[in-house]
Every structure is written in C-alpha cells, then in structure tokens.
Write a protein that binds this ligand. Structure first.
Ligand SMILES: [Zn+2]
Ligand SMILES: [Zn+2]
Length: 376
C-alpha cells in the first residue's frame, strides 16, 4: 500500500489551451503521457493511474481566489464572453478562450486527485504533470496561469489539519503566486530556486523576500544568475534546501517541476541539461523519503522546448516517482557532479555568494547557522 504511486493521466486536460501561438502548449503533457505509456511506467502493480477528481468541489477554489476574479474568468470564458479589466485576462500571456473556467477548474481537480491520494495514504507519491500553475494570484491571472492548482490543493491539506507543508519550486521562473498566497503562513514553507528577476519574468523572488510578520523565514528564495549550469544549480539547491527541511520537518513535500531551466528552453536563460534536471528530481524524491516519510506530491509547470525536453524530463520524473528509473534512459551525457556547499565555500565565487545570501536571510530565523565554516 504505502509504496504506491498515483499518476494522473487525463487527456481531457489538454483543454487548458491558449491557442496555437501560445508557448504553454498542452501537447507537452500529451507527449509526456505517450512516453510514460510507451515506457510501460503505468503497468506496474504499485502504480495507480487516475483521472481528475470528478467530485472536486469548486468551492475549494474560493479558498484561494476571490469571488470577483472567479466571476471574471467565468464571464470571459463564456461563448459570448468579454474580459473585464483588472484581472490579468485577455493579456498576451493569458488570452481568453472558450471554456477557460472549466478547463482551469479541471487542472485543479487533477492536482487535487494526486493530493488527496497522498493525504489519505492511498498512495505514497502523487503526480500530476498537467498541474503547476504557480503564477496565478488570488485576484489575477498571470504568466499563463488562471487558477493556482498548487495553492488550492495546499489550502485543502491545511484544512485537513496538516500543519507543515514544504513547497519546492524548481521552475526557472519565481513561484510568486504560491509564495504570495502563503506569505504570512508558517505552516507552508515555500522554496523557489529560479533565474534572477533581474533577467526574467516575473521579476520577483529576491533573497530579502522571506515571508510576512508571522512567517519570517518561511518564504525562501534562491535567485541565480542567467547562464547557471547543472553543477552550480545543484550546489545551490543542495546547499540550502535539505538543511531547512531537516529543521522544518514537513509532513508533506509538494514540488513544482517546471523544466524551463533547460539550456534549450526558448523563454529563459539558464543552462541546465536533462541530466541536471533529473538529478534535482532525484534529490526531491530522496528528501521526501528522508524528511517527510515519503509523502510527496509532484506537479509539472513551465517548459517550452515542447518536443526535445519536456516529454523526456517529465518521463524521468514519472520514473522516479514510480520507482522505475531503470526504464527511462534519456540523457545528454552531462556530468552533473558538484561539490557540496557544506564542505566549504568561496566568497569570490558568484554562486557561492548567492547561496550565502539566501542562507543569511533565512537560516537565523530558524536558529540555524548560515556559514558552514563557522560551525567548526
Ligand atoms: Zn517557468
Ligand atoms: Zn519513493
């Protein structure tokens, strides 16, 4: 029972579609489904395939989004709809399409299916690759995101009495929506590692943004310079996150796996490979077992190299989440070895200065020592 993984596979989710010229194309998820099936990842006895939760209660969306905004999405997406100003709709990033409300609800229902399975211990890991709309704000669409499926599911977990949830966001863009929604809530530690807002949308996610007055140190940002490669990215990730997880002791880890940090991604400026991204997914999986009794919910996110990157790396994610890594071999033959930050750091190194900046901003709020060399 406990080793089971629930994977959401629901081709109706392709209805979340802003049209043929929009970068967030649903084909990236459909091609991943094809890969997952052709690698027989769903055939194992311990893997359950599920569709979106048919009994998903739309009212859960109101725990995150305002009534006015939901009404605006509904109105805009009606057959003869028009977009009211002020809600981020009908923009270049979030154009309106017919059925927009229902398609966006369905993304929430799919992430909810994975979340509920893990919360109820029907599965140890839950995966919804069609989810991960981390930019959506309570009263505003943003960055290709209408409803924040992540925040909706996390809010539900909180309503069920879960007291400590770690949210880890490896998308190249700052996970600003999720951070904003739980900004002042110490039950949710949001951790976002991303390309610096100096060079990339949405321009936020600074080291000094650490959470509201009741939750200082529970919003964690690791902004990295454009061009960062596998080894530097992994050094930063491993140099900040596990220490915090060990201290926070999450009951559940919820991760967002936007894969637009890849070197071929057309919208960002990072330099990771499939091998580096796979290494980061392995770390998150390992941390779920080490720090959260294996309770892990994973969703997709951004990723705009639709054919050469997304379907491959997310198939790796499905393989990791279903404990069948041996079945998937996509590689770019990159060396992903890196030196651990805790073994020593260099104040003249740009990445090390980034890592230290985050540690100095966050660690003291948890009684942790920021400078590893000071521990000896
Ligand atoms: Zn992104
Ligand atoms: Zn596992």
């Amino acid at each position: 029972m406990v080793d089971e993984t629930l994977v959401v596979v629901d081709r109706r989710l392709k209805a979340y579609d802003f049209g043929p010229n929009h970068p967030l194309a649903p084909i990236r998820v459909m091609l991943t489904y094809d890969n997952i099936e052709s690698h027989s990842l769903l055939d194992a006895e311990h893997v359950t395939t599920a569709e979106m939760a048919e009994d998903f209660d739309e009212h859960l969306i109101r725990s995150v989004h305002t009534d006015e905004y939901i009404e605006a999405v509904n109105t805009a997406g009606a057959a003869d709809g028009h977009a009211m100003p002020g809600f981020g709709l009908a923009s270049l990033d979030v154009p309106v399409f017919e059925g927009m409300h229902q398609a966006s609800v369905n993304v929430c229902a799919a992430t909810f299916a994975a979340t509920r399975a893990v919360a109820r211990a029907d599965a140890m890991h839950g995966l919804n690759l069609a989810g991960g709309l981390h930019h959506a704000m309570p009263a505003r669409a943003s960055g290709f995101c209408v409803y924040n499926d992540i925040a909706v599911s996390i809010s539900w977990l909180l309503s069920q009495g879960i007291e400590r949830i770690a949210y880890i966001d490896v998308d190249a863009h700052h996970g600003d929506g999720v951070e904003a929604i739980f900004w002042d809530d110490p039950r949710v530690m949001t951790i976002s590692i991303h390309e610096s807002g100096k060079t990339l949308f949405p321009g936020t996610g600074h080291v000094s943004d650490i959470g509201g007055p009741n939750a200082k140190g529970f919003a964690v940002n690791i902004p990295l310079p454009a061009g960062v490669d596998d080894a530097a990215w992994l050094r930063a990730f491993e140099g900040v996150v596990p220490v915090l997880l060990d201290d926070f002791k999450p009951q559940i880890i919820f991760s967002q796996h936007g894969c637009d940090s890849h070197r071929d991604d057309p919208l960002t400026h990072m330099n990771l490979t499939i091998d580096g991204q796979r290494a980061s997914y392995r770390l998150i999986h390992e941390w779920a077992h080490t720090f959260a009794l294996g309770k892990w919910i994973a969703v997709g996110g951004g990723g705009y190299a639709l054919f050469d990157v997304v379907p491959k790396i997310w198939t790796h994610l499905a393989a990791i989440a279903t404990h069948q890594e041996e079945k998937v071999s996509f590689t770019e033959d990159a060396n992903v070895e890196y030196a651990r930050f805790d073994d020593g750091w260099d104040p003249n190194n740009e990445i090390d200065r980034c890592i230290m900046a985050t540690r100095r901003a966050i660690f003291p709020h948890h009684g942790l020592i920021a400078d590893p060399s000071a521990a000896f």
